[in-house]
Design a protein around this ligand. Sequence first.
Ligand code: SF4
Ligand code: SF4
Length: 426
Amino acid sequence: MTEGIAGALSAFDTRDAPSMDGLRACVHCGICLPQCPTYRVLGEEMDSPRGRVYLIRAAAEGRIDLTPTMARHLDLCLGCRACETACPSGVPFGQLLEATRGQLERRGVTSSERDPGLLRFLLGVFPHPGRLAPMLHGLRAYQWSGMQALVRGLGLLAPFKKLQAMEALLPPLPPPTAAVPRWAPARGQMKRGRAGVLLGCAQRFFYPDVNADTVRLLAAAGYDVVVPQAQECCGALHLHAGHLDEFRAMARRLIPAFDDVDVVVVNAAGCGSALKEYGHWLPDDGADRFARRVRDISEVLVGCELAFRPLHETVTYHDACHLAHGQRVRAEPRELLRRVPGLTLVELPDGELCCGSAGVYNLLEPELAGELGRLKAARVAETGARIVAAGNPGCLMQIRQHCRAQGLAVDVVHPVTLLARALEEP
Ligand code: SF4
Ligand code: SF4
């Protein structure tokens, strides 16, 4: 125990300690429980939001120490923040979770079930384009040579569960030459300002067409668009894992890359949510001014006049957690899709339930993530839609994999892909 919050004994030190006000806001009502994916699957109080808040508060008040058992209950949390949406008391669960994970990480408290080497590896590769790009060359060769089909057909990875989970998620990789324009001038009469597009780490390598479509749609909507070449990772994965020092260093490097734009446009929910919280985690760095300029692509386009030609498709929409719960963006993507003539939007039952992707959660916890992925695919099947739209690359990979595993002939795409397909150029 250390002298912690307000001088009282606490298992936390004062550096990025979870907020006592946030913890005290919980009145233990339990309204959040049915909305929590881990509680729905595991049925354990300590794997519910209320249970986790109880654990964090007990540690904050020095009644328990930071232990591997506590770490395990927090490991299993997806960080989906469905509990925040449900909570009538405004418990800031995401910030409490990230702060607690930060303390556990700095103090080296881990559960025996979690492989800290795998998390370090993922955090060391995914957010670094210079490291990810060479790996993807090898993976392209693996896919294009037919080796992937052979490995899957023979089930060669079955004894290696985590490796198998990673391999199954791999979408068809685009060619390395798939390019996103560095800039595009505004088109049409209405000039709306200068938009800077965040490329995102997963998005730029796995779905570069989504970034290219984002640029095209913004230009058609009247924005001068730039894609800052100096941009690095936004740090979202590090933030959500509680690696707060690295997250802050990444955020400080990213902010200046967007100095000269009116709006920072993001098409990956996890990145957008992290960017909008820069002001909370870096209060003295002008980060709040930056965060106020951040918008999801759907928030920007919904205020613009765009002409669409008909697209005769039945589409269902999955709410990416960090868009719906993290950014409260739900209506905008739906409204945009409804503007496309001929497109029928069917609501997805449990549309706001996490698909199990949650950043790198599906790589770290493949069993629980798999349960949620199977549930999501079953809900997709109920809609009869031919296309699933979701505004986050991790969700696209996870839902695609589980729909494919259930034999569903559906396309899983970002909403901007559909909007760009239907766009009438001005
Ligand atoms: S963030 Fe998601 S998984 Fe974690 S406690 Fe809240 S609802 Fe449950
Ligand atoms: S809904 Fe909010 S106040 Fe109620 S138990 Fe959950 S976190 Fe606590």
